[in-house]
Design a protein around this ligand. Structure first.
Ligand code: MN
Length: 227
């Protein structure tokens, strides 16, 4: 199985890299946005206010990514509060992804414990992020047990990025990478010769505990390559 994907759709280079900025990758990572939140304890008014504030916070992260000319925007899980968010929030996310795309920012995502279907009978096994992936609004790593590598060029570098969505079978506090096998080590080894594989594990650890893991998987690749 070829696990390589080339992610070129969003390459627009809108003021991203010139001169001294070559070799510096700017990443904005967000998680637990919990859009379309629901809580039976809240009144309709307070729930509406909570949803408004969550949306505002999410928009502010996107604003920051655009203002700071990020190369990568990573959503590390629980973008939505559930696997079946309201259309209002789905539309809001589409709008934000369009803004990122217009700014030439590559967007990647995994789903978390809230927005990953627990089984095939739940939403047919599809997370809400699948739709954006289909339409090239974001690269969504749907799998929770097969490592997929994506290659892309940013800041004058050739990068490989991998991600895994939340695995419902992992116990709370457990390592979401324990059950993961890198099935195509040859591919990984061939990549390292031509790619500069980097790890943002320190950035990601506080965000990914018990959820999906975009960056942790990357670190795992690196461990295999070194060991
Ligand atoms: Mn969460």
């Amino acid at each position: 199985m070829d696990q390589r994907h080339t992610f070129s759709t969003l390459t627009r280079n809108v003021g991203n890299t010139t001169g001294r900025e070559e070799g510096i990758v700017r990443v904005i990572l967000t998680a637990d946005n919990h859009l379309s939140a629901y809580s039976p304890k809240l009144s309709q008014t307070r729930l509406a206010e909570r949803r408004r504030r969550l949306g505002l916070a999410c928009k502010q992260v996107v604003d920051a990514a655009i203002e700071r000319r990020a190369h990568l925007f990573i959503q590390a899980g629980d973008l939505f509060d559930s696997v079946d968010p309201r259309n209002r929030e789905r539309d809001f996310v589409a709008e934000q992804l369009m803004r990122l795309q217009s700014a030439g920012i590559h967007t990647f995502g995994v789903s978390g414990n809230h927005d990953t279907p627990r089984q095939k009978t739940e939403q047919g096994g599809f997370a809400p992020q699948n739709i954006y992936h289909r339409l090239n609004g974001m690269y969504y790593f749907a799998s929770s047990d097969v490592l997929t590598l994506v290659e892309l060029d940013v800041a004058g570098l050739r990068l490989a990025l991998a991600g895994l969505s939340y695995h419902p079978g992992v116990v709370p506090g457990g390592d979401p990478l324990d059950h993961v096998e890198i099935t195509d080590l040859t591919l990984a080894l061939s990549l390292v010769e031509k790619l500069r594989v980097f790890s943002l594990q320190r950035l990601a650890i506080p965000m990914c505990k018990g959820r999906g893991s975009v960056i942790g998987a990357l670190a795992k690749v690196q461990d295999h390559l070194i060991g």
